[in-house]
Design a protein around this ligand. Structure first.
Ligand code: URA
Length: 212
């Protein structure tokens, strides 16, 4: 998987504050939102545009506008929702689809429990939002779901990633002919026995929304 770890002092600063166990939930939400906007700037470097000419008060000028169909942003419920506003701030004309995934504790496989997505994703640039790329099971299932609906251009935006998750994604999609890109703020050391990213930031969903 083509992986971009965004190297920028503001990204590092906000991520450090997110990791801090003393950061309360309102601050965590604001920081996650700001961090996603910075990641989105890099993730949309290849967003499709078409040429357009505009009239300035003085003369015509060459420019571009976003191509159609509009990009599709797909937050993975629940924690991905905390990344949605930060993403659409930069891409206000994007459409938003939803994917709810949960891990089946008997098979340990990610299962889809809710979807609200176009049936046909061919020709759509898709941006999947999931804060933590840990084992990679959920993200791989989500990307496969989009591929099954015809998507061929998928970028995942994760606040943090673990090497195990990247390896899982590489295994899942190597030879598929449909590359997946990852944009993240940091690549951490490893997963612990419970599947948490180390040093990580804890449970992203709980820190965003509380333990419910
Ligand atoms: N999900 C989280 O919220 N945190 C982790 O560290 C791993 C998965």
């Amino acid at each position: 998987m083509e992986t971009l770890v965004v190297d920028h002092p503001l990204v590092a600063h906000k991520l450090t504050a997110l990791r801090d166990v003393r950061t309360d939930s309102p601050t965590f939400r604001r920081l996650a939102d700001e961090l996603v906007t910075l990641l989105a700037y890099e993730a949309t470097r290849d967003v499709r545009v078409i040429d357009q000419t505009v009239d300035t008060p003085l003369a015509p000028a060459h420019g571009v506008r976003l191509a159609r169909p509009a990009p599709l942003v797909v937050p993975i419920l629940r924690a991905g929702l905390g990344m949605l506003d930060g993403m659409t701030r930069l891409l206000p004309t994007a459409e938003v689809g939803f994917l709810g995934m949960i891990r089946d504790e008997s098979t340990l496989k990610a299962q889809t429990y809710a979807t609200r997505l176009p049936e046909d994703l061919s020709g759509r640039q898709c941006y999947v939002l999931d804060p933590m790329l840990a084992t990679g099971g959920t993200l791989a299932a989500a990307v496969q779901f989009l591929f099954d609906r015809g998507a061929d251009d998928v970028t995942a935006i994760c606040l943090l990633a673990a090497p195990e998750g990247i390896a899982h994604m590489d295994d899942a999609f190597k030879g598929s002919g449909r590359p997946v890109r990852l944009v993240t703020a940091a690549l951490d050391e490893r997963l612990n026995e419970q599947g948490y990213i180390m040093p990580g930031l804890g449970d992203a969903g709980d820190r965003l929304y509380g333990v419910v």
